[in-house]
Ligand binder design. Structure first.
Ligand SMILES: Nc1ncnc2c1ncn2[C@@H]1O[C@H](COP(=O)(O)OP(=O)(O)OP(=O)(O)O)[C@@H](O)[C@H]1O
Ligand SMILES: [Mg+2]
Ligand SMILES: [Mg+2]
Length: 301
């Protein structure tokens, strides 16, 4: 198989591991700097150029598109899809996952457990929004945050109001969410590949920190998740339409609730915590499923 991996930094652990796993299995994997691709949107013969030559003959494409280049990255991925190259995750599905509000709306439609979540535009609605979310303490989140940045815990009604006003004043969109206190600064990440949970870990926040992100000083360990957590993760991946994703859940009093679904989950924390060859499982999935023209996006756009 000839695989293209859209990524910017070839030295990142996840990217090195995917290349290694592909080569171990006798495939070719080329790392392609997404931002250096350019496209010819020609009628009936879509093309992508890179370093002066045309990209051709790829069976599959692995998108590892950073949040900051979502717009251009998804356009490049879509172009691969138009050429009939099989994407590990489809551009539309990644697009859904990059918007927390859209994701939660889709998950809610499919009856997946979520923290009570509210969204409003008008700052005059702040009181009602707070009431709907169950009152302070609440978690306030930027719609397009990552690595725990832009996630704030407001302990009191007063601080919640000022945080909401500050964000709204800066003209950014936010979600206001019920604070799942019983999670105790811990969350669960289930790594889903092809409709199965292949590895899972528990992340524990640094002392005094309610955010369990590894980037915020949290630590990770392997866990066995419950059957309910497993099926929640699988259903979440399915409603987002993602073949490969990291489903982040909190253990709440009313069962597992999904916080978000990451379409480019990092491999390092998961492989280190569990010893599982996550990269290998991803390449095996591609091997089984990559077929020209098998993307739904080509038809749907
Ligand atoms: N409603 C909540 N109740 C309790 N803790 C929460 C809640 N929402 C988020 N957290 C904590 O904050 C962390 C960061 O939140 P979230 O995953 O939504 O943000 P993010 O910036 O998108 O992070 P990521 O890097 O995983 O994409 C979570 O891992 C969790 O530990
Ligand atoms: Mg996120
Ligand atoms: Mg998260």
């Amino acid at each position: 198989m000839k695989i293209a991996m859209l990524a910017r930094n070839p030295d990142l652990y996840s990217h090195k591991r995917l290349k290694e796993a592909a080569e171990e299995r006798g495939h070719q994997l080329d790392i392609i700097n997404t931002l250096r691709c350019y496209m010819n949107i020609a009628s009936r013969r879509p093309e992508i150029f890179y370093n002066g030559s045309k990209l051709e003959g790829y069976d599959a494409v692995i998108p590892r598109i950073g949040a900051s280049i979502t717009f251009y990255g998804l356009a490049v991925l879509r172009q691969f899809e138009m050429m009939g190259v099989y994407p590990l995750n489809e551009s539309v599905a990644i697009g859904r996952s990059r918007d927390k509000l859209r994701s939660m709306q889709l998950l809610a439609r499919d009856g997946i457990g979520l923290p009570v979540t509210t969204f409003a535009h008008d700052p005059k609605m702040t009181e009602e929004v707070l009431k709907t979310a169950g009152g302070a303490p609440v978690v306030i989140k930027l719609l397009e945050g990552t690595q725990g940045i832009g996630v704030v815990l407001a302990d009191t009604e007063r601080s919640a109001k000022s945080v909401i006003e500050a964000f709204r004043g800066a003209n950014v969109n936010i979600l206001v969410q019920e604070f799942i206190k019983e999670a105790g600064g811990t969350d669960i990440r289930a790594f889903v590949v092809g409709g199965k949970v292949i590895a899972s870990m528990k992340r524990v926040g640094a002392p005094g920190e309610f955010r369990s992100n590894l980037h915020r000083g949290g630590s990770a360990e392997m866990i066995r998740i419950s059957p309910e957590e497993r099926s929640t993760a699988i259903r979440a991946a399915k409603s987002m339409g993602l073949n490969v994703c990291g489903v982040d859940m909190l253990r709440s009093n009313h069962g597992p609730v999904v916080m978000e679904v990451n379409s480019s989950p990092g491999l390092q924390g998961m492989e280190m915590a569990t010893g599982i060859d996550v990269a290998g499982k991803i390449i095996d999935f591609l091997m089984k499923n990559a077929q020209a023209g098998k993307t739904k996006t080509k038809g749907k756009g």
